[in-house]
Design a binder for this molecule. Sequence first.
Ligand code: ATP
Length: 314
Amino acid sequence: MKKVFCIGELLIDFVAENQGKNLSKAKEFTKKAGGAPANVACAISKLEGKSVFVGCVGDDPFGNFLLNVLEENNVDTTMAQKSVVFTTLAFVSIDDDGERDFVFSRGADKELKYDPALKKEFKNNMVHFGAATAMLGGNLEEAYNRFFFDALTKDSFISFDPNYREDLWKKKEDVFIKKCMPFIQKSHLGKFSLEEAQLLSGKEDLNEACSVLHETGVAIIVVTLGKEGTLLSTKDFSKTIPSIEVAPVDTTGAGDSFIGCLLKQISTHDSLEALLDDETELTKMVAMANKAGAITTTNFGAIESLPTQKQLDT
Ligand code: ATP
């Protein structure tokens, strides 16, 4: 089984309780571990895969809390870094319709430094880039570029999720697209929401959007479509694979659970070439990842709702 290195942010989400959408009125907050790449690392480990988190937290109680959460979920944190800069904090309120109010206090996540020791670790392993805050500048963006363009070899399997956040990129969408494109070009697997596929390709129609993205170079595209399931597209075929029916209570982390489950399954395969030619196997894997995403929506929170292998097998 290959290791999956998940690179990017790990932060505290302070989620407002009981006050509806208006963050200015919020009085009580629940502290939760957040950050898409960290969620993906936990998703892989909960499914008995091997994940390694590469990111930076503050050398403070919040940073310790975050690393503990990963360790409790069996994620390897030996490559995580600590900074004198305070741990990144996000404050979020969500109303009954899922509308978010959001304040972001950016700290240690942007301090990640390039670590040349990882180059040999990446060889014959898998690396997942869950962009999000990495495109916002700071040392993290530079480190991200070096991990991507200097440390990967042709033996590394590369996965990319742009993790577009409207809150962070409003009116700067063109910058976001420009920064994402070189990553999409070189990745083997690209995971997009419908909004991201349309934004990054400039096409409304999903099939046209996938064609544009494939033309850049990415071999396997998955577009997650909530309860409708997932569009799986390679250069040879394209199909929508339905999800399972559930009663969702909170969709946070469904996409991370989905991609974590897919990466875990890919990590047991020897060759990308063989996988690309195997429509049946890829379809089976995406159906399983859909199930992981669906299960995650049936509980509150992201990491705490990720399924175990036992849950997926039943
Ligand atoms: P995120 O907001 O976490 O980044 P996303 O938009 O990438 O997520 P979703 O499409 O919400 O991801 O969910 C990922 C996968 O989980 C879907 O492709 C689907 O298979 C499954 N899923 C999500 N919501 C539901 C639902 N309501 N019912 C069944 N399956 C679901």
